[in-house]
Design a protein around this ligand. Structure first.
Ligand code: GSH
Length: 226
C-alpha cells in the first residue's frame, strides 16, 4: 500500500513548536485530503541519526511507497502532483505555482532564515536586515495587488509563502498590511489549523511521555485520514 508517511522529530523544545516544517507537509495533505501518518526520528542525536534519509540531519522527509523525499519544498511539489487542489493542471497555472514555490524558498526564506538566526544569536540589527526589508517590501507590493500568488486561487505556493512569512520575527519587522492580511487569510484555512493543532498535540504527547519516563513512539497515526 502506498501510504504517505511524514517524518518529523520525536520531540522539540517549546520555541519551534507550531513551526517545525513537517507542518508544511501535514497542511498539504490536509488540503488535499490525502491519508498520511506521522513517524519520528529522535531529537537527541539528530545531527547524525537519520542522515540516510535527510543528509543534513533535519526534518521533514516524506515516504510515498518506495519513494523517499527530503526538503519540504520537494515534498510539497510531490504532494501537489497528486492533487489539483494544490496545483492547477494547466501548464500556465502549474508553471506559476512552481515559480512561486521556488520564490518562497529561494528569494524570501533564503534571506529571512539567516537574518532571523543572527537576530536570535544576539545581533538584532545585523548585516542582513536591509536585504530582508527590501525582500519583504517587494513581496508586500506583489500581495497588495492580488489575493493569491498563482492562478487566481489557493495553491501550494500560498501554503509555502504564508508559512515562510508567518514567523513572528518576520511579522514584527515592519508594517506591511497586504502581507498581514495574506498571512491571516492563508493561515485561517481549516487545513492549516488542523495541521498546526496536530503538530502541537504531537509534541505535547511527547512531553507527557518523557515526563513519565516512557519511550517516544515512532509512529503516530493521523486520526482523520486513517
Ligand atoms: N531546507 C530544509 C530545512 C529543514 C529544517 O530547517 N528543519 C528543521 C526543523 S523545521 C530541523 O530539522 N532542525 C533541526 C536541526 O537543524 O538540527 C527543508 O525545507 O526541509
Amino acid at each position: 500500500m502506498n501510504e504517505l508517511v511524514i517524518w518529523t522529530l520525536d520531540w522539540v523544545p517549546e520555541g519551534p513548536r507550531g513551526f517545525v516544517r513537517d507542518l508544511r507537509l501535514r497542511w498539504a495533505c490536509e488540503e488535499a485530503g490525502l491519508a498520511y501518518s506521522v513517524r519520528t526520528v529522535p531529537f537527541e542525536g539528530r545531527e547524525t541519526n537519520h542522515l540516510s534519509q535527510q543528509p543534513f540531519g533535519q526534518v521533514p522527509f516524506l515516504r510515498d511507497g518506495g519513494l523517499e523525499i527530503f526538503e519540504s519544498g520537494a515534498g510539497l511539489l510531490h504532494l501537489a502532483r497528486k492533487s489539483e487542489s494544490l496545483m492547477p493542471r494547466d501548464p500556465a497555472g502549474e508553471a506559476a505555482t512552481v515559480q512561486w514555490v521556488i520564490a518562497a524558498l529561494n528569494s524570501i526564506e533564503m534571506v529571512t532564515v539567516p537574518w532571523w538566526f543572527l537576530k536570535i544569536s544576539g545581533q538584532p540589527d545585523n548585516a542582513l536586515s536591509g536585504w530582508v526589508t527590501s525582500r519583504l517590501d517587494q513581496i508586500e507590493a506583489v500581495l497588495a495587488g492580488r489575493e493569491w500568488l498563482a492562478a487566481d486561487r489557493f495553491t501550494v505556493a500560498d501554503l509555502l509563502m504564508a508559512d515562510v512569512l508567518r514567523l513572528p520575527d518576520v511579522r514584527a519587522s515592519g508594517d506591511r498590511p497586504a502581507t498581514d492580511a495574506y498571512v491571516r487569510r492563508v493561515t485561517g484555512r481549516p487545513a492549516f489549523l488542523k495541521a498546526r493543532a496536530d503538530q502541537l498535540a504531537h509534541f505535547a504527547a511527547a512531553d507527557a511521555r518523557r515526563a513519565a519516563g516512557a519511550d517516544l513512539p515512532r509512529s503516530v497515526e493521523n486520526p482523520r485520514h486513517k
